[in-house]
Design a protein around this ligand. Structure first.
Ligand code: AHR
Length: 648
């Protein structure tokens, strides 16, 4: 826990001290604009096992045997002293034309009390929780009739302990799907378990798809992991930028996020190679993205593939691009169309008759990487088609305010431009005081669609960052906080912002990028100091921007007011290594309640959270007394403070 000397940091009563202190002035009589009601949101993609082995609750890794064409990776043989089996991929016996191989299990020897079969190691272990119901769904067929029962169980790694078990009574010679419910009893939680399918008779069976789900958020079938969803919901996001990132573009045109291939029953989803070095099951497919938004009470900010992929291929604007534009229109119809439309009907068939809200469509991702210069024309073709059919939708260009103005889209005026800011703490400290201050308010709205502060001397894409902890420390949260304060001060123009990446599986080999906001393994999860900082910002924001002017201080911050309740939210960041006394001066309020609250995140720069120490750095709330229109406040070193005051 944080060693807190909070009492020392409260109000300091000495008037002489007050006069000498630097000031942080808030002008409550002249709001400079309205806070965007959708300022805080989320951005994710399939990176760091964010979905498979992360948010998507499926527990079986390589469930359809498509991960590696050479071997059934993540699967092993279950043999006893008197039983034996062999396993092999069998493309000659596929489940269907989408899942193009199966796993053949040849049991040479097995008997009652001496079973043989196959086991899956899960995503770095199968998590076992006490008194929990798991749902298995298994596509299987046998070479000859009379095979069964098959035991389906969650067992310890050495097979010695059985945590839960069920049975498939009889396996036929044609492909069939069986559902099995597994219930654990009073067991100690562990992730050192595997999922086993065994028989106690010789013979041959083929497995086409093997799935195992724990309870999911809102009990959705094919749903999302509960602990991670709780953490996301706690951020109160107003939107989800989906489905990426680089994941949208893919390395090649063929490996883009091809949304139509990610809907329908999971056994009809081929999956695809992602750009981050591993294959996606597409289990968390397009409809699951939309339901995820719905479950968070957030809106999708839909990124559509715009004809550019990471390894440099681009589709020429004109007839070549037309099918991709049509795909985007179909995609929008799938999201918003009534059930009387082709794609709205498809959505209903997939289980969600009601349309989803949609206001923003992003055209591509980071298209400034496309050195062919084709983006302007590609953007125009998408823009014209989208505006013709959906004039109410706002289009987002992916060449944002972080790129030179002369490289941006010119042939059309995008409604919004998306800038990405991965910067060091020092860079953020330097740029934040003036960020967006002098932007032309008639220019397109701004979306900071990816940003994060890194505390090391090398950036996230540098290989050396792999040696560091997956999630950032308190020092990075300081960088995040000053940038968020800048965005909040300018949120009349900066309509949306989201940290990236959001999720990281902390097991060795699971990650491609750091820093990331939320870490987890198969059974536990935690928020970084940056996570709690974002939570503090996103949950405490008014609707009016109050101008602030810090003087003679390195403290940065912002202020907003809730126009209905009069509550004032002041966010302050002390990046220094010593206490900072500052005179808070609030101009233009008739009176203030003498009691308020101060919530503080602080510690040593390198303090952090981890799987084993998940709550080392968390916000701590204290009562603030003797609040007046001028009062001194002492901020601890390396701290982020939220002051909540009631004005009348
Ligand atoms: O967030 C990681 C990556 O950074 C995103 O996929 C990409 O858009 C950006 O370059």
């Amino acid at each position: 826990m944080i060693k807190h000397t909070t009492l020392m940091f409260g109000l300091v009563a000495l008037a002489s001290h007050l006069n000498a202190a630097p000031t942080f002035t808030i002008d409550a009589s002249h709001p400079s604009g309205n806070v965007s009601p959708i300022l805080y949101g989320l951005m994710t993609e399939e990176i760091n096992h964010g979905y498979d082995g992360g948010l998507y609750a499926e527990l079986v890794q390589n469930r359809a045997f498509m991960d590696d064409t050479n071997a059934p990776v993540h699967w092993s043989v279950v043999n006893g002293p008197e039983s034996g089996a062999t396993i092999a991929l069998d493309p000659a016996n596929p489940l269907n034309d989408r899942l193009t191989t199966s796993l053949r299990v040849n049991i040479s020897n097995a008997a009652k009390g001496s079973p043989a079969g196959v086991a899956n190691e899960g995503y770095w272990g199968i998590p076992v929780q006490p008194r929990t119901t798991y749902h298995a769904a298994i596509w299987v067929k046998a070479a000859a009739s009379g095979m069964g029962p098959m035991t389906v169980s969650i067992v310890s790694e050495d097979g010695g302990a059985v945590y839960a078990a069920g049975k498939i009574p009889q396996i036929g010679t044609n492909w069939n799907r069986f559902e099995v419910t597994l219930k654990t009893g009073k067991v100690a939680p562990t992730d050192s378990a595997k999922f086993a399918l065994t028989l106690d008779q010789p013979g041959t069976v083929w497995l086409g798809l093997v799935s195992l789900f724990p309870p999911t958020w809102n009990n959705r079938p094919n749903g999302l992991r509960k602990d991670l969803m709780q953490m996301l919901v706690d951020l109160k996001p107003k939107f989800l930028r989906m489905p990426g990132g680089n994941y949208l573009e893919g390395d090649t045109v063929d490996t883009r996020f091809d949304w139509k291939k990610t809907i329908g029953p999971i056994e009809q989803r081929h999956g695809h190679q992602g750009p981050w070095g591993y294959r996606s099951t597409d289990g968390l497919g397009f409809l699951e993205f939309l339901e995820w938004c719905e479950d968070m009470k957030a809106e999708p900010v839909l990124a559509v593939y715009a004809g550019y992929s990471l390894k440099g291929a681009h589709i020429n604007a004109g007839p070549d691009l037309a099918p991709f534009v049509q795909d985007a229109l179909d995609e929008i119809e799938y999201v918003t169309g009534g059930t009387n439309t082709q794609w709205g009907a498809e959505r209903a068939k997939d289980g969600h008759p009601a349309p989803f809200p949609l206001h923003y469509v992003e055209i591509g991702n980071e298209d400034w990487f496309d050195k062919s210069g084709s983006y302007d024309a590609r953007f125009a073709q998408f823009y014209d088609a989208i505006k013709a059919k959906y004039p109410q939708l706002k289009t987002i260009s992916t060449i944002g305010d972080d790129q030179p103005a002369n490289t941006r889209v010119k042939s059309r005026k995008p409604d919004v431009i998306d800038g990405h800011y991965y910067r060091s703490v020092e860079d953020f400290l330097q740029m934040s005081p003036d960020y967006a201050k002098n932007y032309d308010r008639n220019s397109p709205e701004i979306f900071d669609g990816e940003w994060a502060s890194y505390e090391s001397s090398f950036p996230p894409w540098d290989d050396r960052s792999k040696q560091l902890a997956p999630t950032p420390d308190l020092r990075a949260a300081i960088g995040d906080a000053v940038f968020m304060a800048a965005m909040e001060r300018n949120s009349d123009l900066i309509k949306m912002q989201c940290y990236a990446p959001l999720l990281v599986n902390v097991n060795p080999g699971a990650r491609q990028w750091r820093p990331d906001l939320i870490g987890y393994n198969a059974i536990s999860s935690y928020g970084s100091p940056s996570y709690y900082t974002i939570q503090m910002f996103s949950r405490n924001v008014g609707d009016e921007i109050l101008p602030v002017s810090p003087s003679d201080t390195e403290i940065q911050g912002c202020a907003t007011r809730d126009s209905k309740t009069g509550e004032i939210f002041i966010k302050l960041v002390n990046p220094g290594v010593t206490n900072a006394v500052v005179k808070i001066e609030i101009k233009g309020v008739d009176s203030l309640a003498s009691k308020g609250t101060a919530t503080t995140i602080q510690g040593s720069p390198e303090d952090t959270n981890s799987i084993n120490h998940p709550r080392n750095v968390v916000p701590v709330a204290t009562t603030l007394r003797d609040v007046k229109s001028e009062f001194p406040y002492t901020m601890p070193p390396q701290s982020i403070v939220l002051l909540k005051l009631k004005s009348r």
